[in-house]
Design a protein around this ligand. Structure first.
Ligand code: ADP
Length: 526
């Protein structure tokens, strides 16, 4: 067992917690699996080894999950919910450990890691409270009033496959699985190659809360092998990641005719109206652009500012960004951490270099900071970004934002919508202006006087992407019911739906037609 995760040079408390994890986690048991090194994003050093799963491991995980799910489907929903209420408390109590490990794997600052903890707790509480009502059989008016009794049941899909990315390995690793499990499914989950330990750590808390181990199988390894093997076997697929991979998985889901939910890329705009509270905007906008070092599907990458406040906003925003505190480590006094790895650093640098070579002006940042850690890049503000610069339309997924002056709000709205994506948008304005603009933005989430957190944390409402930013939604009722199949059960009582025995078809037709006309008039039909 201890072969499963071998640990490199880690702080002592993390080492002990992770060793406990090694002994506890129910990864499918295949001794001959290859190991691969996992690196600290802060320093680049190896922090441990995870198993590189393959198709056989995925097959074994599905076998166990299917068996466990049959029992779980008959466990009363209230009993399932109890586990998640306990899990909620454990996540909050173990937050320091969870934040440590998230930071170690991703390089993000502590506040961004806390966001993940709060997200998991929020989803556990919301769905544990809601599931009994959402999953209860509900009665609808039947075909014939009084004679047809009709109910909808919500049957679990079976085994849900979940493929999650490295940027929010805790929140995106577990929050979407919570409603899937509560709905009576098992889950086979694949964390990203770079961040396996975070998911293993939080799943361990779920086991401690009482979830049968086989119900939540984690298979670590490469996307192409493990991810596609999961997509080939699951009864429903939940994916968060790039639009390119989302399209590949959508194809598999389409061929297999299984349900599919995907939250993909974005090129998220912000509009700053002339009537905005600029003090508030200057305080909030850095967070909207540079949380998790901009490696956030909903973070803001372009800002359109109405002419009367453009100069004022730009100078104050630039100053605020220049004053941001960067650093590696686990304390709270860091505004922005590292990027995750060399590949991300190279990608962000090349987007900025391309824009600058084509004429963009750098007002803040624009360069790597190897003095802080191997993958640090400064929060970057650009203006004069030309049409042909790649980052004008393509998602950077890093700490880079460009600012542009607009003459009217209509121009800002047109520019905001001029994208193949439609994930998130943000508006800073007087509330009335904000709501007016929001209704004209083609994005699945729109924050008013907030970047993304207010929509994300409003868990009772569905959230997701329009256009190339995804399909289906997480959160809200939809976020749970998507993991179920509606079963329509109707009981015909007394009279046959074809009328009394021996009734001639012609007479049946006349009676039914008159009944429908009367039913509409007297409103006793639905
Ligand atoms: P990113 O660019 O943020 O890494 P990806 O879409 O490449 O986004 O990765 C998101 C998740 O999808 C990761 O867990 C990754 O391993 C997985 N993945 C990548 N390629 C595939 C694929 N071809 N099939 C299934 N999963 C994949």
């Amino acid at each position: 067992m201890s072969r499963r995760l071998t640990l490199g040079p880690l702080p002592k408390h993390l080492r002990q917690n992770l060793l406990r994890l090694c002994a506890n986690t129910a990864i499918a048991d295949h001794q001959e699996q290859e190991e691969y090194p996992v690196h600290s994003a802060f320093s680049g050093e190896v922090i441990g080894h995870a198993l590189a799963g393959d198709e056989q491991v995925v097959e074994a995980a599905f076998f166990k999950a299917r068996e466990a799910q049959r029992l779980w489907a008959h466990t009363p929903v209230k009993q399932r919910a109890k586990i998640f209420k306990d899990f909620h408390d454990r996540v909050l109590r173990e937050r320091e450990f969870l934040m440590d490990i998230v930071q170690l794997e991703t390089g993000k600052n502590r506040l961004s890691a806390l966001d993940e903890v709060l997200d998991v707790a929020g989803n556990a509480r919301y769905y544990a409270n809601k599931a009994p009502r959402l999953l209860a059989e509900n009665a609808n008016p039947g075909a014939l009033p009084l004679l047809t009794k009709n109910r909808v049941q919500h049957a679990p899909k079976g085994v849900v496959g979940q493929i999650s990315p490295w940027n929010y390995p805790l929140a995106l690793g577990i929050s979407d699985a919570i409603p899937a499990l509560l709905a009576g499914n098992a889950v086979v989950a694949k964390p990203d190659w770079n961040t396996p330990f975070t998911l293993l750590a939080v799943v361990d808390l779920l086991y401690q809360a009482g979830l049968p181990r086989e119900l939540f199988q984690v298979v670590t390894g490469a996307g192409k092998t493990v991810g596609s093997a999961i997509a080939q076997r699951s009864d429903y697929l939940m994916f968060t990641g790039s639009t390119a991979t989302g399209r590949i998985l959508g194809k598999t889901a389409g061929e297999r005719l299984i349900g599919y939910s995907a939250e993909l890329g974005g090129k998220n705009p912000m509009i700053i109206a002339a009537d905005a509270d600029l003090d508030k905007a200057v305080r909030e906008v850095p967070n909207a652009c540079f949380s998790n070092s901009g490696q956030l599907c909903v973070s803001i990458e372009r800002i359109y500012v109405e002419a009367p406040v453009y100069e004022d906003f730009l100078s104050r925003f630039t100053k605020a960004v220049q004053q941001m505190r960067l650093g590696a480590g686990f304390d709270w006094n860091v505004d922005m951490g590292s990027l995750i790895n060399q590949q991300q650093l190279d990608s962000v640098q090349s987007f900025v270099d391309d824009a600058v070579a084509k004429g963009a002006t750098v007002l803040a940042g624009g360069r790597a900071r190897p003095d802080l850690g191997p993958f640090f890049f400064e929060p970057t503000v650009l203006i004069d970004v030309p049409r042909d610069a790649k980052l004008r339309t393509e998602e950077v997924f890093g700490p880079v934002v460009y600012v542009e002056k607009v003459e009217t709000l209509q121009e800002a709205i047109a520019l905001a919508n001029d994208t193949e994506y439609g994930l998130n948008a943000s508006i800073f304005a007087a509330p009335e202006t904000g709501w007016q603009i929001a209704g004209q933005i083609n994005a699945g989430g729109v924050g008013i006087n907030d970047g993304y957190a207010a929509t994300w944390a409003s868990i009772a409402s569905p959230l997701g992407g329009m256009k190339q930013s995804g399909m289906s939604r997480r959160h809200g009722e939809e976020g749970l019911l998507k993991y179920t199949e509606a079963r329509n059960v109707a009981e015909q009582r007394g009279l046959s739906i074809r009328g009394p025995k021996g009734m001639p078809p012609k007479l049946y037709g006349q009676v039914m037609s008159y009944a429908l006309l009367l039913g509409k008039k007297l409103r006793f039909l639905p």
